[in-house]
Design a protein around this ligand. Structure first.
Ligand code: NAD
Length: 351
């Protein structure tokens, strides 16, 4: 066994129902006196409730999907004019992404309070969109100092969004098994993440108001993101990035639809990873385990339903071949990729 693995410097506080106390402790540790709270309009009430005792300099709710540069510029100007000395982001990946954009240019520390399973809080990856072009990069300054996980904050996440977001997290686990920097440590995180998501998500669907499934799902989402941050983007993420950018598809739902097709594409070329993933998913094969989970979750099925035009398949396949990671276990040949995208477009059963 031979590998090099970076451990990212970050604290994780996990306590359901305790976001207020966790945040107060973290802001006190940072010694911050002028906190900028970033939370979109939908998370505003929740944010006010859990930050009432903090030394708040400003509350900012101008959040948008994929962090358009003008939204980032406005947030940076607000941080400067209020002399913020720390950022608290409360919301999904879009909100965390905006805090990262501010941290990128100011170096301000972030305390992230995630309310979806997207996982941006555990990565040093930032993203900004200009026109229709999304640019991403990696910078240690944007990695939140602390993540405050409170599963009670996810109780309001609608079931459909919980399913899509949870499968987005599972995609981090699966893609980590063959991503460019995959190693035994991030594989261990990924497989435990897959186990927890497989256990938690069906409970979220069966009992959306119960904490138990939400806790498992959130714990799994963290492991998934930590694995992904370490292993990097594999073929699955490259495909979703191309499709999302080209056809403006919803982020989490696109991941949810594409995942079983990428697993079917790569699995025969990584038998050991497939065997271990099957154990994590408690099924005879990984493909069967994912299919059973998707059935139980009534997961979104096709790119067609998400609004992708059929005549875009060829153009998307070309872009995927150009962007595919060099070390993908199966050669990423144009015909095979076209077939993969076609079956995801149709919503075929990849078993
Ligand atoms: P999102 O942040 O846009 O949230 C989706 C919707 O859920 C929003 O309408 C939001 O208001 C709502 N919502 C969030 N939490 C809620 C709650 N608890 N109750 C009710 N509604 C709630 O979407 P997302 O899927 O969380 O994040 C996607 C974005 O994150 C994309 O832009 C993606 O590129 C980015 N992302 C980045 C990284 C990274 O490492 N940089 C990783 C994953 C995702």
């Amino acid at each position: 066994m031979r590998f090099v693995h970076d451990i990212l410097p970050q604290r994780v506080r996990f306590a359901s129902g305790a976001a207020t106390e966790s945040l107060a402790a973290e802001i006190a540790l940072l010694g911050s006196e002028r906190v900028m709270i970033i939370a979109g309009p939908a998370e505003k009430d929740l944010a006010e409730r859990i930050t009432a005792g903090l030394p708040v300099a400003v509350r900012h709710d101008d959040v948008a999907m994929h962090v358009p540069v003008e939204v980032a510029e406005r947030a940076r100007a607000v941080a400067a004019s209020h002399e913020a000395d720390a950022l608290v982001s409360i919301g999904g990946g879009s909100t965390t992404g905006l805090a990262k954009a501010v941290a990128l240019s100011t170096g301000l520390p972030i305390v992230a309070v995630p309310t979806t399973y997207a996982g941006s809080e555990a990565t040093p990856v930032w993203g900004l969109t200009e026109g229709a072009v999304k640019t991403t990069g990696t910078d240690p300054r944007v990695l939140p100092r602390t993540i405050v996980y409170d599963a009670a904050l996810t109780l309001s996440l609608p079931v459909e969004l919980s399913v899509a977001s949870g499968l987005n997290a599972l995609a981090h686990c699966v893609d980590s098994l063959w991503a460019p920097r995959t190693d035994p440590l991030n594989q261990a995180l990924a497989l435990e993440g897959a186990r927890a998501l497989n256990a938690g998500l069906p409970q979220v669907v069966a009992q959306p108001g119960a904490l138990e499934g939400r806790e498992q799902a959130l714990y799994g989402a963290y492991l998934a993101a930590a694995a992904f941050a370490s292993a990097g983007s594999g073929l699955h993420h490259k495909i979703c990035h191309v499709l999302g950018g080209m056809f403006n598809l919803p982020h989490a739902q696109t991941h949810a639809v594409v995942l079983p097709h990428v697993l079917a594409f790569n699995a025969p070329f990584v038998p050991e990873a497939e065997r271990r993933l099957a154990v994590a998913l408690d099924a005879p094969t990984a493909r069967e385990g994912l299919a059973r989970l998707r059935d139980r979750l009534h997961a979104p099925r096709s790119l067609r339903d998400l609004g992708m035009p059929r005549d875009g398949i060829g153009k998307a396949a070309e872009a995927v071949v150009a962007a595919a990671p060099a070390g993908n276990p199966r050669p990423v040949a144009p015909q095979a990729v076209t077939a993969l995208i076609e079956s995801a477009w149709e919503g075929a059963d990849p078993r």
